[in-house]
Design a binder for this molecule. Structure first.
Ligand code: NAD
Ligand code: ZN
Length: 345
């Protein structure tokens, strides 16, 4: 079968012929419906080194936002029917630590010694015709469109987790939420904020097209430039936002998120761009929290799949055949995509 393979650190992936996988004990073979291109893949093949990428050691097939139909079940697996559609929960924890048994394989206690980080990150993912998945990593999609659902596995699950964790800051009337970076994750974050909270959403990006899309979703657009903090503070009548979510993660966006917050606000950095924050312990905004998050849990992916089925989250995608998958990655690197790229084998 054809697959998009990450073969070497600091090297663009290749499209190549690889053997079709067979499901092992406890696994299911999926016929891939869709595999989303996430910006994190760019860090994996462009930035990581053998030291920083020890859990995403090449070679492996990329694709950690995957949906598909059951093709075959491996030994010791029951309860799956050929042709049923599922979304893949990516993180591959040990399965038995306190975090894994709670469905938080993203925060597995044995992460340092696990063989891979996730399906498509250190272990073969979904940029191929078929992939094998541990049965416990499969969340049913019912009759929802599986191709449109592919980005939910990360582009919805990660903001969903970040927003739910910030709910104490957004509970109540008259709250403001700030979303920085309106790509795959940011556009879905706006929809989740509207579904879960009554907050007014302010959205910033450097691309006018991304701002227009956010505005169409009911957010107040603010150009990400040197006046953005001032503009955000004006919108919030000088108070600042209650929760900010940074889907870029460079030092200037983190600083903008901090400076846009009000007293007791929360800044969640989701973007992986190596940005460092400065935190002055004796200055405004008082009692501001600053934290980083990584992906989400299996129960949260069930919630996300239900939100999609109920129409609370819609994905915007552009589809690519496997033959054109590398074009999608080129566009992602160059920030030229206008919707989430989904590879449809
Ligand atoms: P994307 O490429 O689809 O979107 C990024 C958006 O940010 C684009 O619209 C771009 O124009 C905008 N942007 C870039 N620089 C900006 C700036 N200075 N100010 C405002 N906007 C700016 O990326 P994505 O797939 O949505 O991923 C977003 C980030 O989240 C990436 O860094 C990715 O690696 C990270 N990520 C983190 C996790 C996690 O668990 N923490 C999970 C998935 C993705
Ligand atoms: Zn574990």
């Amino acid at each position: 079968m054809k697959a998009v393979v990450f073969e070497q650190f600091n090297t663009f992936p290749t499209l190549k012929e690889v053997p079709e996988p067979t499901p092992g004990s406890g696994e299911v073979l999926l016929k891939v419906a869709g595999a989303g291109c996430c910006h994190s893949d760019v860090s994996v093949f462009q930035d990581y080194t053998p030291e920083t990428g020890s859990h995403t050691k090449p070679p492996f097939i990329l694709g950690h936002e995957t949906t598909g139909w059951v093709e075959e079940v491996g030994p010791d697996v029951t309860g799956f029917k050929k042709g049923d559609a599922y979304i893949v929960y990516g993180p591959t924890g040990c399965g038995h630590c306190p975090h894994c048994v709670a469905g938080q394989e993203n925060y597995c206690s044995s992460a340092a010694t696990n063989k891979s980080l996730a399906l498509g990150l250190g272990r073969d993912g979904g940029m191929a015709e078929y992939m094998t998945v541990p049965a416990r990593n499969l969340v049913p999609l019912g009759d929802a469109d599986p191709i449109g659902a592919a980005p939910l596995a990360d582009a919805a699950l990660t903001p969903y987790h970040a927003i739910r964790a910030a709910m104490p800051h957004l509970n109540g009337g008259g709250k403001y939420a700030l979303v920085i970076g309106l790509g795959g994750l940011g556009q879905i974050a706006i929809q989740i904020l509207h579904a879960l909270t009554g907050a007014t959403v302010i959205a910033t990006d450097t691309k006018p097209e991304a701002l227009a899309k956010a505005e169409a979703k009911g957010a107040i657009p603010v150009m990400s430039d040197e006046h953005q903090v001032e503009n955000i503070r004006k919108i919030t009548h000088g108070e600042g936002v209650d929760a900010a979510f940074d889907f870029v993660g460079v030092a200037p966006t983190i600083a903008a998120a901090q400076a846009s917050g009000g007293p007791g606000s929360r800044v969640t950095v989701v973007g992986i761009a190596g940005g460092k924050a400065e935190y002055d312990w004796y200055s405004k905004p008082w009692e501001q929290e600053l934290l980083g998050v990584y992906w989400g849990s299996i129960p949260e992916l069930y919630d996300v799949a239900n939100m999609y089925r109920h129409g609370q989250i819609q994905t915007e995608i552009e589809t690519y055949s496997l033959d054109n998958a590398l074009d999608a990655y080129h566009k992602l690197v160059d920030n030229k995509l206008s919707a989430r790229a989904v590879v449809v084998p």
